[in-house]
Design a protein around this ligand. Structure first.
Ligand code: ADP
Length: 265
């Protein structure tokens, strides 16, 4: 497998040479089609990492490549979803999901002549996340979990090579969150887009990821990498199995140690 996302010795300093060093010597390699999760204590630079990989922020030092190309500006091949679904309240669900098609080429060019084909595609995605029948509803008519499912569809409608998820289920209740792990895993297993998930939730990371990167406290760098070789599809039952619990405990201990070091410093 080839590296699809690669960070080599990446530093990020905010606010000039005397500013905050958020990341220091970060190395990450993610293979094409792999599901990676990044975990670590608050403020360790997880969101900064997302901004760097997507080209929204340039690194202060080091090198970032995606699909073999240096990242020098905002990437077009990315889909993104954040903690709060950012659906437009005045648009119905189908129209919200289709929004990236109005922005990202070549879809923008193709959309007027191929609208029906794209509508079918959007409906197909909504069906995959069990939202068929809700296409003509407004976001405010739906629950938080339903909005986040639609948000995932919108992040995927333009078939991005890379999906970036920053705490996507953080605002949801535990049951809805766990249900959406299964939904996301299902779409990923079918489409196999490379994914980077930033999360505080270690069970979420172990359920979804092939590989988990643990970051140190600020300045952030990768201090441990865990491979999750559990068979798929994983289920909630998987989360009670000894092999799963072992991974979660190992990471929890690493993060507890980092937090103790922060307190002692
Ligand atoms: P995380 O997502 O892991 O909580 P962030 O990537 O948001 O961490 O932030 C990493 C560190 O960089 C934090 O200490 C934060 O205060 C600092 N930071 C983030 N954005 C900025 C900014 N625009 N200017 C200055 N410092 C920032």
């Amino acid at each position: 497998m080839s590296n699809f996302v690669k960070l080599e010795g990446v530093d990020l300093r905010y606010g000039g040479s005397n500013g905050v060093l958020a990341l220091n010597g970060t190395d990450i390699e993610i293979n094409r089609g792999e599901f990676a999760a990044v975990v670590g204590p608050s403020g360790c630079g997880k969101s900064s990492l997302m901004k760097l990989v997507t080209g929204l922020t340039p690194p202060t030092a080091g090198k970032i490549t995606v699909a073999g190309q240096d990242v020098v500006g905002p990437l077009k091949c990315v889909g993104m979803a954040f903690q709060n679904p950012t659906l437009l309240p005045w648009r119905k669900l189908l129209s919200n999901v289709m929004l990236p098609l109005e922005i990202v080429q070549p879809h923008r060019r193709r959309l007027p002549a191929h609208r029906q084909e794209y509508i079918e595609k959007a409906k197909g995605l909504l069906k995959m996340v069990n939202l068929d029948g809700f296409e003509e509803r407004h976001p405010w008519e739906l629950s938080g979990g339903m909005q986040q499912r639609a948000n995932l569809c919108r992040a995927l409608i333009h078939e991005p090579d890379l999906l970036m998820l920053d705490e996507p289920f953080g605002a949801l209740d535990a049951f809805t969150r766990e249900e959406l792990w299964g939904v996301l895993q299902g779409i990923w297993m079918e489409k196999k887009f490379t994914t980077i998930l930033v999360t505080h939730d270690l069970r979420e990371a172990a359920y979804l990821a092939d590989v988990i990167y643990v970051m140190s406290a600020r300045p952030g760098r990768v201090i441990a990498t865990h491979r999750v070789d559990l068979p798929r599809p994983r289920t909630i039952e998987t989360t009670f199995e000894p092999a799963f619990l072992e991974i979660v405990h190992a990471i929890r201990n690493q993060i507890a140690q980092i937090r103790d070091e922060i307190k002692a410093a």
